[in-house]
Design a protein around this ligand. Sequence first.
Ligand SMILES: [Zn+2]
Ligand SMILES: [Zn+2]
Length: 175
Amino acid sequence: MDLTSYAELAVLLVNRGDELRGLTELRELLDETGRRESAARVTRRDLDALRELREELAGVFQAAAEGDEDDVVERLNGLLVRHPVHPQISGHDGQRWHMHLTEGGRVADALAVGSVMGLASVVTGLGVDRLGICQASPCRNAYLDTSSNRSRRYCSERCASRANVAAYRARKRGG
Ligand SMILES: [Zn+2]
Ligand SMILES: [Zn+2]
């Protein structure tokens, strides 16, 4: 089970908040990330739960960006209690046996368990400083730093080059 890919799900939920506006947008988002079965049975209640989850996940990234490790851990522990794992071995669609973190239940619960377990695994396996918020203002996207030298500062290439241009202009103005 690749928990880092679950952590990417947390990043996605934080950054694509616009897609949590309506059921159609949420279905598209799930479809796009290969969660077709979830997309087919998602409901209004899932949408509301995911909106709430998004705020909580954003809080985790914010605390990490501020370097408050205790706050990050406290937030994640709270989320782990509220979204317990119910692991099952599964072997659908011709895939080999693999673990599912949670079976059955609501779509929002499964996504919550996955994203929270993903972040918990990154924090314990790699470190709290692997979670961050894009520093190319006004962008506030979350990111996961999986670089070997922990050098990531921006959510995307686009934001990185925008920040470089801004820094260059500021240097020029400064003389
Ligand atoms: Zn599976
Ligand atoms: Zn950004």
